[in-house]
Design a protein around this ligand. Sequence first.
Ligand code: SAM
Length: 288
Amino acid sequence: SEKKLYSPKVIKEIIDEYGFAFSKSLGQNFLIDKNIIDKICDGAEIKESDQIIEIGPGIGTLTQELCKRARKVVAIEIDKNLYPILNNNLSSYDNFYLVEGDVLKIDLNALISDYFDDDGEIKVVANLPYYITTPIIMKLLEEKIRISKIVVMVQKEVALRMTAKPGSKDYGALSIAVRYYSNPRIIVNVPKNVFMPRPNVDSSVIMLDIYEKPIVEVKDEKLLFKIIKAAFSKRRKTLVNALSLGALGIAKEDIISILNECNIDVKTRAENLSLDEFAKITNTILSK
Ligand code: SAM
């Protein structure tokens, strides 16, 4: 019968057999709770026709369930010490493919065309390594790869920033970037005791429903993100000061007239501005 890879006893046996040691610097906190694994897979609404990219399969605990539910699972893992363990633990699944490497360096568009068929949805499902949560999510969003959903375990604090609304303390550049590409929501909050070893932080499973095209229209995406960055780099200053002091090179009087034209209060701060308003500022600057 199949190994229960979420069982701490089984994990300990595997560790002993292979002489494996957890790497803290690779963010290795393995899931030991079947209920959470099911919540991740249910949250991702995995269908038999889905093709899945998993980032960081570890010993294959989540992978096993993904292989049962989906058409194909391509898992990207950086730790060489896990390759023999993964290949052994998932040997009974002919829809499992291991990609050896660093997710941040892999060309995901090439991976998709190499491994996946053109029909059906592609979803990213993972318990992410927390030291690179934001770079991974930004890569998935910015490279505009053909994925319909991202369902991932992240630090709770990052989940709150990704889903924050204007005016709240967690709202920032990350909230706006995520909202530009997707509709985010928290599926479930997760305590520390469902991992081995236990992480220092609480976690949440988050779902990003990716838009087919960004929700607002801007004529220059790079400028939009430059403005957002400049606005939040001086969070405590008014928007006028943050934008005129920043790297944008626009004079204070001009910023004031642009904000007036957009019907935005010149005394407001970045944390109160919606994505729509940042898009309006961008398009107004471009029309000058
Ligand atoms: N999915 C497994 C689970 O839930 O039990 C393991 C999750 S663990 C939080 C994160 C995994 O990501 C580890 O297996 C780690 O080795 C892997 N990892 C870390 N950095 C990576 C990178 N840059 N590219 C690919 N995988 C990485």
